[in-house]
Design a protein. Structure first.
Lengths: 420, 254
């Protein structure tokens, strides 16, 4: 602490000590008006899309389709979570899609061709991702080639690498029950509810403890009413989801029962909590934001900017590996197209639609999940409407452009409001 | 009284260009020392030499009377020398507390200790009698130029600093904000810090400084008490390196 003499003053004492819920709501509206919309476009988009599809195709609302949404969107969402880190430092990774393909192929080769147990395969895939990320990050940070070019080169090269791994185009099937379970099996209904209860209670507990601690130290704390509203919303939404997912959705329950929360859901939740913790509560996360906001300021503050850059690419590629594992699990096989076609664009789209800025410095891991949900809903709904791939691509492209437009307009708005 | 910070006989060249010739400069605790000079006189270079950004070719730095080696910004920071650069080096996307602790975050184990950081930041701003910010949790992007300057200065003061060097803090500010920042500069010195103020603006210099050091073409033309000189004399020192019996001809440094 400085040796400066403490003068009486009330710098921030004028700020409201414990703002009411109305105060918080007003502050939020002000932020949105000023161009900081956060997750609002993604949430509104989800509501509009779901309503439209539900009206046009009642099948959209069935339990089986609801469960499908999660397994369909999981791989893209997980890849998007990793991309958030690279986008936060103002870079891009165009190779994340094929990185997931390469890592899925590594998994398939270890499991099927070499006959090793599932955990060795998973470890090998994630290590492969980390190595890829280290190489890409080192080239971007140390050599100074723009990430766009480096990862575009990797995008092409990794297509070749996948072909090499799967022997020029054969399809390697995956028979390991554990790996297949990730995207194909469900939690027992009771376990789903238990997980739900633990999550909601933990969320509520953390919020209350934090507010209490801050209030005890005389800092501005969230009022209990606001916390109750947040916890209540989470409890209702998640509760409804768990309830629906726990309903029987098999066409012939006597033959094979099909109910429960898909296993990918807790996987995504765990990753969401992990990376949100890293970004929001650790010095590393703070430095990621700093590098994205003002790399020169970060450097002068003594932050090892290059190390942060490389780490972001390592996280991105490792998460792409996890995405690849989920994709392989869902398809029960790996072929030259795993992680190809639209996977990368969907993943970038998911992050941006969720509210992560392409200009760096702004974004959350939650954005990837919300954006991933939007993408999954479009993909799923369009298929139900029996539109072909043509319309699906056109609509997804339009939505991505819309999201990037919202991002750019928000920045302009913020500049006009004197916020930048 | 021994000056808190003293530079003696500093030489600095960039390749064939000799930027500083035998420069002697001192800053006292509790005083604002204005460092003036025309463009290219060597003000920023001198400051960067003190801050450890540029290694010096010749001469010595004394801190509190002891000779010290400053081989990088970290060394300067450890001595208690903080420089607020003209571009402020703030991250727009982080809030005031996050910026003030950037790179030196308090943590408990793995987790950031947000509450302690917020308290310390608030205390520092209070001690500087800063009343202009609405909340210390607002993003820097939402602050005005003067408020940003305030945050940058508060960030420098937070670290038990003894010498604060400000590079043209009012250059980009309006009238009211300039007054605010100058008031803050004065308060820093009144709180016992040695403040070095680089400025082009004679009004600012005469408003807050106790001493004036004038650089002319890489040489220290004179270092005088502000009360002993007039506006016109300082301008002469800046533009021609001498004024009456002051200045380079006499070689003396007051």
């Amino acid at each position: 602490m400085s040796k400066v003499k403490e003068l009486p003053g009330e710098a921030v004492a004028t700020a409201v000590r414990s703002p009411s819920i109305g105060h918080s709501a007003r502050a939020y509206t002000e932020r949105v008006r000023a161009g900081d919309m956060g997750a609002l476009p993604a949430v509104l988009g989800l509501v509009v899309l779901c309503t439209a599809f539900a009206l046009a195709r009642p099948a959209f609302l069935t339990g089986i389709n609801f469960a499908n949404l999660f397994t369909q969107g999981a791989a893209v969402t997980v890849i998007a979570m990793g991309l958030v880190f690279v986008l936060l430092i103002g870079e891009i990774d165009l190779s994340a899609g094929f990185t997931s393909g390469v890592c899925a192929a590594v998994l398939a080769v270890t499991l099927t061709n070499m006959g090793l147990p599932w955990y060795v395969g998973v470890l090998a895939a994630i290590v492969a991702g980390a190595v890829i990320g280290t190489v890409l990050g080192a080239i971007v940070a140390k050599v100074g080639i723009p990430s766009f070019v480096v990862t575009l080169a990797a995008f092409l090269a990794f297509q070749g690498l996948v072909l090499v791994l799967v022997n020029e185009g054969t399809n390697i099937s995956i028979n390991d029950p554990v790996i297949k379970a990730v995207a194909q099996r469900n939690l027992p209904p009771a376990l789903g509810w238990a997980l739900y209860a633990v999550s909601v209670l933990a969320y509520a507990g953390l919020q209350v403890v934090r507010a209490r601690k801050r209030a005890a130290r005389g800092l501005v704390a969230d009022p209990l009413s606001l916390i109750a509203a947040r916890v209540g919303a989470l409890a209702v939404l998640a509760g409804a989801a768990v309830y629906v997912l726990n309903l029987e959705r098999s066409f012939n329950p006597a033959f094979a029962s099909l109910k429960g929360v898909p296993i990918v859901v807790p996987v995504i939740l765990a990753l969401l909590v992990l990376w949100t913790f890293v970004l929001r509560r650790t010095a590393f996360g703070r430095h990621v934001y700093a590098v994205g906001g003002n790399a020169e300021a970060a450097r002068r503050a003594g932050i090892a900017v290059d190390r942060i850059r490389v780490s972001a690419f390592v996280i991105c590629s490792s998460m792409a590996a996890v995405g690849g594992i989920i994709a392989a699990s869902r398809a029960s096989s790996v072929d030259p197209n795993t992680g190809g076609s639209s996977v990368l664009l969907y993943a970038v789209g998911a992050a941006v639609i969720g509210g992560t800025s392409l200009f760096g410095g702004k974004g959350r891991v939650l954005d990837a999940v919300l954006g991933g949900a939007v993408i999954a809903v479009i993909d799923n709904g369009m298929a139900l409407m029996q539109y072909g791939a043509s319309v699906k691509y056109l609509v997804t492209g339009f939505v991505l452009l819309l999201a990037a437009g919202v991002d750019a307009l928000a920045r302009k708005r913020a500049a006009a409001a004197g916020l930048r | 009284m021994t000056p808190l910070l003293e530079a003696r006989g500093i030489d600095k060249s960039f390749g064939p260009v000799k930027v500083l010739h035998d420069v002697t400069f001192s800053a006292h605790a509790g005083e604002v020392t204005a460092l003036v000079g025309d463009n290219g006189a060597g003000k920023s270079t001198l400051v960067k030499c003190i801050g450890g950004i540029h290694p010096i070719d010749n001469g010595e730095l004394l801190f509190d009377g002891r000779p010290v080696q400053v081989n990088g910004p970290r060394d300067a920071g450890e001595l208690g020398i903080e420089i607020v650069y003209q571009d402020l080096a703030l991250c727009d996307n982080l809030d005031i507390v996050q910026n003030m602790f950037l790179g030196r975050e308090r943590r408990r184990g793995l987790v950031l200790d947000e509450d302690t950081m917020e308290e310390l930041a608030e205390q520092t701003l209070n001690s500087l009698s800063v009343r202009t910010v609405k909340s210390i949790r607002q993003q820097v992007s939402s602050l005005s130029g003067g408020q940003r300057q305030t945050v940058a200065i508060a960030k420098a003061v937070l670290w038990d600093s003894k010498v604060v060097i400000l590079d043209e803090p009012t250059a980009a500010l309006g009238v009211a904000q300039t007054a605010q920042v100058l008031e803050l500069v004065r308060r820093l010195a009144d709180n016992g810090l040695a403040v070095v103020l680089i400025s082009h603006n004679m009004n600012d210099v005469f408003a807050v400084s106790d001493r004036i050091a004038a650089l002319y073409l890489g040489r220290m033309a004179a270092q005088v008490r502000t009360a002993d000189v007039t506006h016109a004399q300082v301008v002469e020192l800046i533009t021609s390196g001498r004024s009456g019996d002051l200045g380079l001809k006499n070689g003396a440094v007051a």
